[in-house]
Design a protein around this ligand. Sequence first.
Ligand code: NAG
Length: 281
Amino acid sequence: MVALFFLFLVTLLTSSTSSISDTNSFIFGGCSRLKYSPGSAYETSVNSVLTSLVDSASFTTYNKFTGTAASETVYGLFQCRGDLNNDQCSSCVARAVSQLGTLCFATYGGALQLEGCFVKYDNVSFFGVEDKTEVIKKCGPSIGLTSDAFTRRDGVLAYLQSSDGNNKNFMTNSVGDFRGVAQCTGDLSTSKCQDCVSEAIQRLKSECGASTWGDMYLAKCYVRYSEGGDHSRGSNDDENHNDDEIEKTLAILIGLIAGVALIIVFLSFLNKVCDKQRGGK
Ligand SMILES: *[C@@H]1O[C@H](CO)[C@@H](O)[C@H](O)[C@H]1NC(C)=O
């Protein structure tokens, strides 16, 4: 019985570790400094907005909500990556909202970006407001970009920046083995989205230089490019990688603890049997 439980536990952990899809990887999170008091009207507003976001994510890739309880207003929105289906989007937003609840416990505002979705709430309206603040940047190894590869990379980025690619708030493009993606939050107008994407591309070019891949996350849009199909990242300062490692280590650790517990149970059982036999003599 105990052995069965142990096996079940390990299976559960390994399967949950291996099913951590790309879309759930943590990219960044941030919270406002001021805190509200738990149980306040503001908390009611926050909860109603976050619940609406999660509900809505099962049928659309973007939505925004305003919640007001006792004149305490909260604004919130989510944006899924444009290529996710409803299931992927809703599971991503649910995860982001739950992580926000932990990371930004009782703070007036918070924002969290996972690989597949972005969620933000605040007491100041930010709907439709362009914000080109650089939030996070990651650059791959800056080795081995031939001038030919440079041309392809710049070709990918140029398309994302062009009005051709800018009819929606989600754009992808590839030239040869280079792939690029640009995404704005759905509250931005086409021109604001285009402006935000241009800024991100400019910074990618100047800050990631000749890197084989680069991610540039601004407050309302991001642009990423990579060479060779997958976004193969270096092993250093890679949060997603670390995240996965931590979860794997945790799974192994819990497995070990369960194993030790099992041995202890078994030994005490043996002990009892021996005691009984000794007592019988
Ligand atoms: C947001 O909340 C903070 C903290 O209570 C407050 O100082 C600020 O005035 C609020 N802003 C708005 C627009 O309500």
